[in-house]
Design a protein around this ligand. Structure first.
Ligand code: SF4
Ligand code: SF4
Length: 267
């Protein structure tokens, strides 16, 4: 059982490099077991939502409605937060007496604990990641004698998969263009939310409209995004790069282009 994104008791900062070691172990015999899964703020990434809705075998729309809250970020883009239960301890909806019921698909924030990223734009641009260790007084796992390197811990928690899956989303959501010009258009905000988090709705939008015909997309890609959420997610990120950031990552269907030119009287 691990936890979280933002915790109130972070007091010390020890920045680790990949080869540095940390001492940590978490298991159900500890007196603090499951305590960390209450009264916390967990921001969900698009890949978190994808994994969690698959784990629960529900649609993205049902998952978002039942388990999340949405707030607007600084750039005017929606940000999704895991909704805690309305009980005395504000428990995570996935906690049980036996631990996390979606442990294999728990969010990034739960995997990364007790680490906290200490990245800056410069370190990110250089492809370097630094982490500090959170100091959470009640967490007995931090008193463990199990020692492992930062790299080994990140591997153990499945973090490399998440880094790979989130890289494009991170680049889009933190793009200078969006930070300079706050998005206020509700339709764009909704398209972004759909492409990032509500993938099943994005799939319906893509297949039940002229959307796919407007682009020059390989038949294999169309087949993949029809049934594979990860392929759909990758395509959705490409669409955001094209539509939000004006990046040349999708080609317009030549027939559509020719028709437009004709309509505009351009040869
Ligand atoms: S998702 Fe699982 S690990 Fe994360 S806070 Fe909830 S119960 Fe704990
Ligand atoms: S050891 Fe830490 S992470 Fe594990 S259950 Fe206890 S408080 Fe949570």
């Amino acid at each position: 059982m691990r936890q979280k994104a933002v915790h109130k008791e972070k007091t010390e900062l020890t920045v680790l490099k990949p080869e540095d070691t940390l001492q940590f172990s978490c298991n159900e015999t500890l007196g603090c077991y499951t305590r960390c899964c209450r009264d916390i703020t967990i921001f969900l990434t698009p890949y978190d939502v994808l994994r969690m809705k698959q784990a629960l075998d529900v649609s993205s729309g049902d998952f978002l409605a039942a388990y999340t809250l949405t707030v607007m970020g600084d750039a005017g883009l929606p940000v999704v937060i895991l909704k805690m239960q309305d009980d005395e301890k504000q428990s995570c909806p996935f906690i049980t007496d036996n631990g996390c019921r979606i442990y294999a698909d728990r969010p990034w924030a739960c995997r990364i604990y007790p680490l906290q990223p200490e990245s800056t734009r410069l370190t990110e641009k250089a492809g370097k990641a630094y982490y500090s260790i959170m100091q959470v007084p009640f967490c007995l796992g931090l008193k463990s004698e199990r020692t492992l390197t930062l790299t080994a811990y990140l591997q153990e928690q499945g973090i490399p998969d998440y880094l790979e899956m989130e890289a494009r989303f991170k680049a889009i959501s933190s793009h200078e263009r969006l930070l300079k010009e706050k998005i206020t258009n509700k339709q764009i905000q909704d398209m972004y939310y759909m492409a990032c988090y509500d993938l099943d709705r994005f799939r319906r939008f893509a297949f039940e409209s002229t959307f796919l015909k407007r682009f020059d997309i390989q038949p294999q890609t169309i087949e993949d995004i029809q049934s594979d959420d990860v392929a759909l997610y990758r395509f959705a990120m490409q669409w955001l790069e094209y539509g939000l950031l004006a990046q040349n990552v999708l080609n317009v269907n030549p027939d559509v282009m020719a028709m437009k030119k004709k309509q505009m009287g351009i040869d």
